[in-house]
Write a protein that binds this ligand. Structure first.
Ligand SMILES: [Zn+2]
Length: 97
């Protein structure tokens, strides 16, 4: 059964060094398949409100365990493209740990 998952990651804000929380959604066709259609949902620093959509080197995002997310009508900010593919790759790498 097709399920949608919410992924959250945290990384350091460029402006205040506080935690930026970034969300993305991935779709899994069944229990054992890899996620596809991973889309960024948004990112915001919970300390100062800066919307920073990427971690700045050398800082690395820390990924939280994905949770099932049923709301399929959520607005996504980006689909496909190089950066999204790289993001999807990073998420899949993180899951293997
Ligand atoms: Zn900040």
């Amino acid at each position: 059964m097709k399920k949608q998952y919410l992924h959250l990651s945290a990384y350091t804000c460029d402006i205040c060094s506080g935690p930026v929380i970034a969300g993305s959604l991935g779709v899994r066709e069944n229990e054992i398949s890899k996620e596809s259609e991973i889309s960024a949902v948004g990112a915001i620093c919970i300390s100062c409100g800066h919307r920073q959509d990427k971690a700045t080197e050398p800082g690395r995002p820390r990924y939280f365990f994905p949770i099932e997310w049923e709301n399929v009508n959520i607005k996504v900010v980006g689909r496909s493209g190089h950066s999204e593919a790289a993001y999807a790759e990073a998420l899949n790498r993180a899951e293997r740990h």
